[in-house]
Design a protein around this ligand. Structure first.
Ligand code: IMP
Length: 197
């Protein structure tokens, strides 16, 4: 089965391809001729994920899914949340976002945080949503060189390494996006079985 992953983030495509294996073929935005920035102007992850997926479906006519992710920090009342990408303003920069986060967290002992991902799927004329959460804590400095975004300062619960120190396979096992993708895969598999029955 072929499906478009509506993102311009190559790291996300790499992660999701690793999670999906060969059962589903992921088509990128470039593959369908979409070279523009997708709109995401909402104030919830759901809103943004569906906004991106609907944009691709209505302008390019392909079945697709889009994700939106936020980092929710307890001591910051859930911030940066849906604004994680633009936390330190435009143009978006992982470096500046992390620097601002560490600055706001300086001297704070409650380091609890979680990543939350919503995946919006549009198949034919129906819409579905899947969610995944990964809990952990924010370190005082960056550790590790893999991954992207806030990975170097996020250590998932039960691990002594940050997301930036995990392999793709390890991160997918426990990450917010990995869990949301698992829910998506099991939905698509069941649907395929249902279609053939
Ligand atoms: P978006 O889902 O692409 O809008 O991402 C929002 C923000 O969260 C951006 O700053 C991303 O870099 C960051 N982000 C998304 N997924 C991850 C992840 O798996 N690890 C670390 N940061 C992430």
């Amino acid at each position: 089965m072929k499906i478009c992953f509506a993102t311009n983030n190559l790291k996300k495509i790499e992660e999701v391809k690793a999670a999906l294996g060969s059962e589903f073929e992921i088509v990128s935005l470039q593959d369908i001729g979409c070279f523009e920035e997708l709109p995401e102007t909402g104030d919830t992850l759901d809103h943004n994920a569906f906004q991106k997926a609907r944009y691709v479906k209505s302008n390019f006519g392909v079945d697709c899914f889009a994700d939106d992710t936020g980092l929710e920090v307890d001591a910051l009342d859930g911030a940066p949340g849906v604004y994680s990408g633009r936390f330190a303003g435009e143009p978006r920069s992982d470096e500046r976002n992390i620097a601002l986060l560490l600055d706001k967290m300086s001297g704070i002992s409650d380091r609890k945080a979680r990543f939350r991902t919503v995946i919006a799927l549009i198949l034919e004329d129906r819409e579905y949503a899947f969610e995944g959460v990964a809990s952990g804590e924010i370190l005082g400095e960056k550790v590790g060189s893999g991954g992207f975004g806030y990975d170097p300062v996020f250590r998932p619960n039960g691990f002594d390494r940050t997301f930036a120190e995990l392999s793709l396979v390890e991160k997918n096992e426990i990450s917010h996006r990995g869990k949301a993708v698992k829910a998506l895969i099991s939905f698509l598999r069941n649907r395929n079985i249902g279609d053939k029955a």
